[in-house]
Design a protein around this ligand. Structure first.
Ligand SMILES: Cc1cc2nc3c(=O)[nH]c(=O)nc-3n(C[C@H](O)[C@H](O)[C@H](O)COP(=O)(O)OP(=O)(O)OC[C@H]3O[C@@H](n4cnc5c(N)ncnc54)[C@H](O)[C@@H]3O)c2cc1C
Length: 465
């Protein structure tokens, strides 16, 4: 008796360079009838928590994948623990194929699904992952995990990666055993960028043509189109990092781009080794820092979220996030530093807001990007490094074009004066808010709290949340 094979798509919404899919296709050919069922499960545990922009982008990406599969993507709602074994059993397969997931929830879910499948004699095969080098492969000589980026990068690079996996020339018959359920209705809230594998490849091509040659210098400039904007496609697996890496040479710009891709892999590695660092500081002593209490900070948190702090570069970033679902990396660091070191709010609250609004929201890069800035994660920016929003703005947005793009109330100010409305006679003409705090006072306060949290024995009772 012949039987189809089940390919369960998750964060790999593409056909090319997809080793798990290739394995499912090979398996289907070996089993004789060449039929593959392509499944995507909308898991309420994940979906209900996600922000509207991310849900809307997922719909667009699934629509694109469905098109590539000739309309044969099987969408099902429910707990994968039930849905996957049920579909597998109904189609009479013995094989379910996935790319390995290393995030805390996904890893546990896959172990649980594997157990359920085993009860009915069906195997779960993990092939490949969303990374060039799967987490937990690159370790120090003594077998322990890296916590510092530069040595990790050296080992990661030395370890190397396989060439992109070629999609077989002869595709299987995509088989839709039951009617697919419709995609959920989502109120997108923001304009959703073009999604899908083809678009990701185009984005990469445009980046390699227009921006890579100045990447090392321009990647820090939010006023320029100096980065790839591939984070969303990588988040959904519309493109695999290997497809990017194979096209890079050793020039400084391309080496820097390779390093940025490696940061994504590094953070996945760190999270896989310390799953609790999704919400808790990797360096646990910072949990005892003098973070403000909720009753005190709620109003200030809201002002930050709405982009009304009165610091133009911070507000521009927060508005870019809310209005477009993406924020430039340099500005992510500036707004994160502001929340943690000017407002004294735990990084977790900023990370949560980011996850609700980012289209590229990724637990590893987000939680550890926040911790890097806060000074409590890996290889951290030291606690005494506190971003000065004015200096950052002048250095990285030298004509204030970025600020004017996102803050209409400051568009009447020419050149760099938009960074300092407080110094202009007409700075507040169109209702831009005044600064909510004095940066140098809050800087001193942060340093005071850091010192206290390191030195005082009763810190736990006084400051712990
Ligand atoms: C507080 C904070 C939160 C962040 N949250 C996320 C997140 O949720 N999802 C996310 O993908 N990135 C996150 N980043 C990292 C970074 O800001 C984005 O990856 C980058 O801005 C995406 O734009 P790009 O694709 O044009 O980047 P490019 O400069 O073109 O870089 C290419 C790719 O390298 C990776 N990359 C680049 N910089 C970093 C970095 N610092 N850390 C990890 N990977 C990196 C991304 O996959 C990116 O797409 C965060 C950074 C900070 C400081």
């Amino acid at each position: 008796m012949t039987m189809p094979t089940l390919m369960w798509f998750r964060r790999d919404l593409r056909l090319h360079d997809n080793p798990a899919l290739n394995m499912a296709i090979a398996n289907a050919a070996d089993e004789g009838d060449n039929q593959v069922v392509a499944l995507f499960v909308i898991d309420p545990e994940v979906f209900d928590e996600a922000g509207q922009p991310l849900k809307a982008y997922q719909n667009a990406s699934l629509t694109s994948l469905n098109k590539s599969l000739g309309g044969n993507l099987l969408i099902q709602y429910g707990d994968p623990l039930k849905v996957v074994p049920e579909i597998a059993k109904n189609i009479g397969t013995k094989f379910v194929h996935i790319a390995e997931d290393f995030e805390p929830y996904g890893r546990q879910r896959d172990i649980a699904v594997e157990k359920e499948l085993a009860k009915i004699n069906i195997s779960l095969t993990r092939t490949g992952s969303p990374y060039a080098v799967a987490p937990l492969r690159v370790t120090k000589d003594d077998g322990t995990a890296y916590r510092v980026f530069t040595p990790f990068y050296r080992s990661w690079f030395k370890h190397g990666w396989r060439k992109p996996a070629q999609l077989p020339k002869t595709l299987p018959n995509w088989y839709l055993p039951i009617k697919s359920q419709p995609l959920p209705e989502v109120n997108a809230v923001i304009p959703i960028p073009e999604a899908g594998e083809e678009n990701a490849l185009n984005l990469f091509e445009i980046f390699m043509k227009n921006a890579i040659n100045n990447y090392d210098e321009h990647r820090n400039r939010p006023d320029l189109a100096g980065t790839s904007k591939l984070s969303i496609a990588l988040r959904f697996g519309e493109i695999h990092p290997r497809t990017l890496l194979i096209n890079l040479n050793d020039t400084k710009d391309q080496e820097t781009f390779r390093k940025e891709i490696c940061w994504r892999e590094f953070y996945a590695e760190v999270l896989a080794n310390a799953p609790e660092s999704e919400t808790k500081s990797l360096d646990q002593k910072w949990e005892l820092m003098g973070w403000d209490q909720e009753a005190d900070y709620l109003n200030r948190l809201k002002i930050w979220q709405e982009g009304k702090t009165g610091f133009p570069i911070v507000d521009a970033g927060m508005r870019q996030l809310k209005e477009s679902g993406w924020m430039h990396n340099r500005v992510r660091m500036i707004v994160a530093s502001f929340l943690v070191k000017d407002l004294h709010i735990h990084w977790r609250h900023g990370a949560q807001w980011f996850m609700k609004h980012l289209l590229d929201g990724d637990i590893a890069s987000n939680s550890h990007g926040w911790q890097w800035t806060a000074g409590c994660g890996t290889d951290a920016s030291p606690y005494y490094r506190i971003f000065n929003p004015m200096m950052q703005a002048e250095k990285f947005d030298p004509q204030a074009n970025y600020v004017r793009t996102w803050i209409p109330e400051l568009r009447h100010l020419t050149g760099i004066s938009a960074h300092t409305p407080w110094d202009q006679t007409d700075g507040y003409l169109h209702g831009y808010p005044e600064r909510m705090l004095d940066h140098s006072e809050e800087r001193d306060e942060t340093l005071r709290r850091y010192k206290a949290s390191k030195g005082e024995k009763d810190i736990k009772e006084r400051f712990a949340q």
